[in-house]
Design a protein around this ligand. Structure first.
Ligand SMILES: [Zn+2]
Length: 53
């Protein structure tokens, strides 16, 4: 897993399912729990590997 940051600064962990088709899962820590997300819980942006830093 790689640690990245959303544009708003929230830490996001990325896990690649397959490097062949660039599918990735995004995880964020919410209230001490790690959960899978499609959107940032803070700024509500859809997670996109290209927009993370
Ligand atoms: Zn965000």
């Amino acid at each position: 897993m790689q640690k990245r940051f959303c544009a708003c600064g929230v830490a996001v962990w990325v896990s690649y399912l397959s490097k062949a088709n660039w599918k990735a899962l995004f995880f964020v820590k919410v209230q001490q729990k790690i959960k899978t997300v499609h959107k940032c819980p803070h700024c509500n942006q859809y997670m996109n590997i290209d927009s993370l830093r």
